[in-house]
Design a protein around this ligand. Structure first.
Ligand code: CU
Length: 225
């Protein structure tokens, strides 16, 4: 009887040790995820936002954060700013002339009337979607804020590549968005299983709409300040 109890105790202990070890393993993050975005001819696409949505679970909301959309040398910097929904964005004007920032997009309609310096209150981007920014004074100024409901996103560099790290293992769907994307970002979904400690890759071939705008050099002499 005593021996049986001892065996049972050892088994119970082993079970606890095993469960703890597998539990620890399950919490280790996945290896880095490398994303590559190119067009049909293989040309790398910069400023594409690659975002991962966990399947079957709701990602924990990150702590509320702030982001910057600068105006420098009469341009918005960056051209594309991906943010998590609820992010507060400030619009510092680094030029010594006035800008008048606005958006007519349904995800966020707002206006920052003519100003120099940093407006007192940041703008809260509280609805997911695409927000196109313009300036009333400088017609060529254009930038995008892409408001996401997942905290797992990254933007591609000039080589079309981007890297995400530290994600929990599990099943995800990867998608891509770009200001000139032909079609709907929701339809770009690809399954992306992530395993603890293992790197992963996801690549997208996308088609971009052509964009024709009057070049700044032709407009600026007439609308310069
Ligand atoms: Cu301006």
């Amino acid at each position: 009887m005593t021996r049986r109890l001892t065996v049972a105790a050892i088994l119970a202990l082993l079970t606890v040790v095993f469960a703890t070890r597998t539990g620890v393993k399950a919490q280790a993050p996945s290896g880095p995820v490398e994303a590559i975005v190119a067009d049909e001819k293989g040309k790398p696409i910069e400023d594409a936002v690659v975002f991962l949505t966990p399947l079957g679970t709701t990602p924990a909301a990150p702590p509320s954060s702030t982001a910057l959309m600068d105006q420098h040398d009469k341009e918005f910097v960056p051209y594309v700013l991906p943010v998590y929904v609820g992010t507060r964005v400030t619009f510092p004007n680094r030029d010594n002339i006035r800008h008048h920032v606005y958006s007519f997009s349904s995800a966020k309609k707002f206006e920052l009337p003519l100003y120099i310096g940093t407006p007192a209150a940041p703008v809260v981007f509280d609805k997911p979607g695409v927000v196109a920014l313009g300036c009333n004074i400088h017609d060529w100024m254009l930038a995008y804020i892409y408001v996401l409901t997942t905290p797992y996103f990254v933007k591609t560099a000039a080589d079309g590549k981007a890297r995400l790290e530290g994600l929990a293992p599990g099943a995800y769907e990867a998608r891509v968005w770009h200001p000139r994307l032909r079609g709907d970002a929701d339809k770009t979904g690809k399954p992306l299983p992530l395993a603890a400690g293992e790197p992963a890759q996801v690549s997208f071939v996308v088609s971009l709409k052509s964009e024709w705008r009057i070049p700044r050099k032709f407009v600026e002499p007439y609308r310069g300040s």
